[in-house]
Design a protein around this ligand. Structure first.
Ligand SMILES: [Zn+2]
Length: 60
């Protein structure tokens, strides 16, 4: 498993063996993580991306 310091995307609590669960898995060329936070009970999937394209609204 790749070494990351995990924090919950909702409550920012650290996630480790005592405070949640992270499991890495692969599908084709994608790397994904199933994450559960024991602090706020959030669970979901995080997918690594090589490129992220996003939109930024003009200011003003
Ligand atoms: Zn949380």
């Amino acid at each position: 498993m790749t070494e990351y310091r995990w924090h919950c995307p909702r409550c920012r609590a650290p996630i480790d063996d005592d405070r949640g669960f992270v499991a890495e898995y692969w599908s084709g060329a994608s790397t994904s993580f199933v994450v559960w936070c024991a602090t706020c009970q959030w669970q979901g999937e995080i997918v690594l991306q090589d490129i992220v394209t996003t939109y930024q609204r003009a200011e003003g």
